[in-house]
Design a protein around this ligand. Structure first.
Ligand code: ADP
Ligand code: MG
Length: 224
């Protein structure tokens, strides 16, 4: 369902270049829960950015559901991403002036979904993350763990084919982290494909498969 071939990403800063991804190749079958691990600076976020079409690689191809994403125009990439992909950031990245429900409605409204339908779907998604009682709260009225769950609801509200999460528990206490992992495991049980970056071994172990990066290359792969 996702097939990565010889992916290369090079950053240029002034006269210096840094190859953050060095010819990465792997595939992720539909429904898999994959954890990407590795030390800080190993290229995890860079890889996730390319896979989720938030950035463009210098070389290589990413096939998602048989669509060669390198052939899409920038407008097509945006609409493909909005329709098919969900992304959870370490720092939640929800909008402070919008309520939980309004934040979750956002990706649907951006796709032109009718407002009443968007409201209903947002409420359903917020129930899935156990926030049905917090629909009208602003982010400032929610704990970090609750804000991250709003961000998860926003990332799943449009039933994405692939859910990406970049260190989703890095800013959370143990209890909130476990709640987030429980949500992922439940979504996975329902067939959701998940690609999660984490540097916490006990969370990586919960995934079906781990890929470890070092200096922009895959150095290890385990299936549990
Ligand atoms: P990780 O998420 O594993 O900590 P990153 O993917 O963020 O690692 O970074 C991989 C390497 O690429 C690092 O050396 C980092 O400094 C560099 N890098 C990441 N993003 C940029 C950027 N936008 N410009 C320049 N260098 C970057
Ligand atoms: Mg990172």
């Amino acid at each position: 369902m996702i097939k990565v071939n010889n992916l290369i990403k090079i950053f240029t800063i002034g006269d210096n270049t840094l190859t953050a991804l060095k010819k990465i190749s792997f595939s992720v079958p539909s429904g898999q829960f994959l954890a990407i691990t590795g030390m800080s600076g190993s290229g995890k976020s860079t890889l996730l950015y390319q896979l989720s079409l938030l950035d463009n690689p210098n070389q290589g191809t990413i096939l998602i559901e048989n669509v060669d994403t390198s052939l899409l125009t920038s407008e097509e990439r945006i609409s493909f991403r909005l329709k098919n992909l969900g992304y959870i950031f370490q720092d939640y990245a929800i909008l402070p002036m919008l309520t939980a429900k309004e934040n979750v409605m956002m990706p649907l409204l951006m796709q032109g979904v009718d407002e009443n339908i968007a409201q209903k779907k947002a409420e359903e998604a917020l129930s899935k993350v156990d926030l049905q009682d917090r629909l009208d709260n602003l982010p400032s009225q929610l704990s970090g763990g609750q804000q991250q769950r709003v961000s998860i609801a926003r990332s799943i509200v449009h039933n994405p084919k692939i859910l990406f999460a970049d260190e989703p528990t890095a800013n959370l206490d143990t209890e909130s982290s476990e709640k987030v992992l429980d949500i992922f495991l439940n979504l996975h049980k329902q067939g959701q494909t998940i690609i999660m970056v984490t540097h916490e071994p006990e969370y990586a172990k919960l995934a079906e498969r781990n890929i470890e990066l070092r200096d922009g290359s895959i150095i290890n792969e385990t299936i549990q």
